[in-house]
Design a protein around this ligand. Structure first.
Ligand code: NI
Length: 224
């Protein structure tokens, strides 16, 4: 399940990210890559513990804490602090699967969900599509600045070569309360259906029952 979450950041927040990132010192993106992905990764990153990454990362986390669609799609248990990357012309990230476990400050995060928050407008660069493979085929993603895509951490994915301009983004992982992707997906569909029913037929008598089913499934499946 891939979910597009629009307007995670406002245009002002995106501009703030770009300003901070313009002045920042970048390092080779291979510092956070695993053994396999190191061989196909060619980009730049803000150092994980830099003041810039912390300031912008906190801004992203705060924005996500108010985002209902993100909560419903991901059911977050633990969020890895957001990282920031940049691809200039000629840079690329070949096919890989993200490391299963990430660690920060002694806390382990199982990477159930991978996410990319776009910070460059699509017209500012060519190439740089995020390609995610799943059982239904291959999906190409290039979103407006401030929008985010979440997809299963189990997916093979890559970023196509940048041929013009620069692509900046934030990327990070989330451990979900619901480890199993198919169960997470069912809960998301049920939640969205309840919201739609409530919009189309406010006060419909099935809403209470469906909401009970949602919470009772969550109670059965959640690891907290
Ligand atoms: Ni990746």
């Amino acid at each position: 399940m891939m979910v597009h979450i629009p307007d995670v950041l406002t245009k002002e927040q995106v501009a703030r990210c770009r300003n901070v990132m313009l002045k920042a010192a970048w390092v080779d993106g291979r510092v956070t890559a695993g053994h396999q992905s190191m061989q196909v990764k060619n980009n730049l990153q803000l150092p994980e513990n830099s003041n810039e990454a912390r300031e912008l990362g906190d801004m992203v986390l705060q924005a996500l804490s108010r985002n209902n669609l993100f909560f419903s799609a991901v059911l977050p248990q633990q969020i890895f602090p957001p990282l920031f990357n940049r691809y200039d012309a000629g840079m690329v990230f070949g096919a890989h699967v993200d490391n299963a476990i990430r660690e920060f400050n002694g806390i382990r995060v199982r990477t159930d969900v991978s996410s990319t928050l776009f910070l460059s407008e699509p017209e500012d660069y060519d190439g740089g599509e995020l390609i995610v493979e799943d059982t239904y085929g291959s999906h190409s993603v290039k979103l407006p600045a401030g929008d985010m895509i979440v997809y299963p951490g189990t997916s093979l994915h890559n970023v196509t070569p940048i041929t013009r301009g620069s692509r900046i983004a934030s990327f990070f992982w989330i451990q979900s309360m619901i480890r199993d992707e198919s169960k997470r997906s069912l809960l998301f569909d049920l939640d969205m259906s309840i919201i739609k029913l409530n919009t189309d037929h406010p006060g419909h008598e099935s809403i209470v029952q469906l909401t009970s089913i949602y919470h009772n499934l969550l109670r059965q499946w959640a690891e907290v």
